[in-house]
Write a protein that binds this ligand. Sequence first.
Ligand SMILES: [Zn+2]
Ligand SMILES: [Zn+2]
Length: 228
Amino acid sequence: MKPDLEIQMPTASRGTCRFCSIVEGTADIAALHDSPWLKGEQYAAFVSVGALVKGWSLVAPRQHTLNLLSQYGSKAFFRFLDQAHRIVTKDFGPTVVFEHGSQHHLSQTSCGTAHAHMHLVPLSFSLESASEQFDETLRWQTCRATEISSVVAGNEYLFVADRYDSDATVGQLAILREGRSQFFRQVIATRLGCPDLFDYKTHPQYDLTKESARRLLNFSNAELASVA
Ligand SMILES: [Zn+2]
Ligand SMILES: [Zn+2]
């Protein structure tokens, strides 16, 4: 992908940022995926196109920002992420989290979606180990989520944690010397034995994302009803 190409996804609204329209609910609701299954004052959780496994969800701040660095210091962010992660885990099993953090809008690292988001992915293998083995040129270091901002010091980065533990989450962090497009998707697709499916633009996986979105919406409605 050329960094200066604006990708046009089928469900994108006319706005300039696809995720802004999703978190504000102005995307195509009928599509089910790309509309939030959990929405808070500041954050939303939704299934987006291209999920390679059931339950794969994203959590994004409703305010447009490039990466999650400022969120990692926010109690409200972790409270929302706790809730979203609990729902995905209950329904789909152990769930890793990762972020590909970009620092400018045309970065390859953001891969066409320059709006901060955390991926929540139910996986039966260690994404930390798989990522380390996938590309030996990347240098990984153990890092607490709340310390990513000071460690990356303005660089782009990849962060992955097999075990989510709210603001005590510890994972593996790689600082990028150059933009990196769809890294974790490549790792996951390869590990799942379907390396050709990694590109969400050519493989949006609509059936899988719709089913996930429907299940998570039902599940989060049930959970919200039970605490009301
Ligand atoms: Zn946005
Ligand atoms: Zn992403």
